[in-house]
Design a protein around this ligand. Structure first.
Ligand code: ASP
Length: 300
């Protein structure tokens, strides 16, 4: 089977100064995931490892580096899906977990699919994940942005994905050598969001979807709009009849824009090991590698 791996580091107006950190962070994450696939690892492990790398990189709006909410706290969301079984796991509103994608995977492996806030953190502890002081998740650059927001509150949600915008949600889709697909997404949500606000990222079918029979997707952008069109499931379903993922990604973003005025981006991989992406924002951080390529191609 043809292996493939694609990651994104968010769609929006990524300022010039942030382009290189986004591109290189996405490249590193893709290299980490690809190494796992090449050594015979499974798609789920590759997706998790690539996302952990971006969660730990403060260039991205996920894990350490997440935007702060109006109360000055991080509230992180993540999801992961196994295309083999359609098992899925998600968490939302967690503040004391260094790598929300790892917790989402544990949820997937439990009897549940979605845990939120304190209950998710209690489950993390029970499953052996050490909780961190929430203050440790507040990256200095994000504290500065939060102070600025107190003085000049940011534009409503949609406008945050057009200039100027900093961070970037992260996501990954992978196909392993056994033809198994997995996808994951992790985010700190939107800048200065209301406490308790949850976007598309942890919602199965919206910010993430994977089905071995078709392909996998991870979305980013204005979460309220992505949720309303259930974008990732829409795109994965459109991969039927071996349609080219590049064309499907374009059609999905056109649908997002046409139907609900949405802005954002999507990455896709299909069961044949082909990848595609599309975005209608000024920039999107991306990196991918498929069989036959010597090295990761990264862009922003
Ligand atoms: N979709 C994410 C959310 O709305 C944000 C992003 O992708 O940048 O929470």
């Amino acid at each position: 089977m043809a292996m493939a791996l694609i990651v994104h580091g968010g769609a929006g107006e990524i300022p010039d100064a942030a382009v290189a950190p986004h591109r290189e962070g996405a490249r590193r994450a893709a290299q980490i995931g690809w190494k796992i696939l090449r050594e015979g690892g499974c798609a789920l492990d590759a997706v998790q490892a690539a996302i952990v790398a971006m969660e730990d990189d403060s260039a991205f709006d996920a894990g350490f580096g997440s935007y702060l909410n109006r109360d000055g706290q991080v509230e992180m969301d993540a999801s992961i899906m196994d295309g083999r079984t359609l098992d899925a796991g998600a968490v939302a509103g967690v503040q004391r977990v260094q790598n929300p994608i790892v917790l989402a995977r544990r949820v997937m492996e439990s009897e549940h699919t979605f845990l939120i806030a304190r209950g998710a953190e209690r489950f993390a502890e029970e499953s052996g994940i050490t909780l961190v002081d929430p203050a440790r998740m507040r990256a200095p650059a994000q504290i500065a942005i939060w102070h600025e927001c107190l003085v000049h509150p940011p534009a409503p949600q949609r406008a945050q994905f057009v200039p100027p915008r900093g961070g970037g949600t992260v996501g990954c889709v992978a196909v392993d050598r056994n033809g198994n697909l997995a996808a994951g997404t992790s985010t700190g949500g939107t800048k200065f969001k209301r406490a308790g606000r949850v976007g598309d990222s942890p919602l199965i079918g919206c910010g993430v979807y994977a089905d071995n029979a078709l392909g996998g997707a991870s979305a980013t952008g204005w979460g309220e709009a992505i949720t309303r069109v259930v974008l990732s499931k829409f795109a994965v379903d459109a991969l039927a009849h071996a349609r080219d993922p590049r064309e499907v990604a374009r059609a999905a973003i056109e649908h997002l824009a046409r139907r609900v005025g949405g802005v954002g981006g999507i990455i896709l991989a299909d069961r044949l090991g082909r990848v595609g992406f599309s975005f209608n924002t000024p920039r999107m951080a991306l990196a991918y590698i498929v069989e036959g390529m010597d090295e990761v191609s990264a862009n922003c």
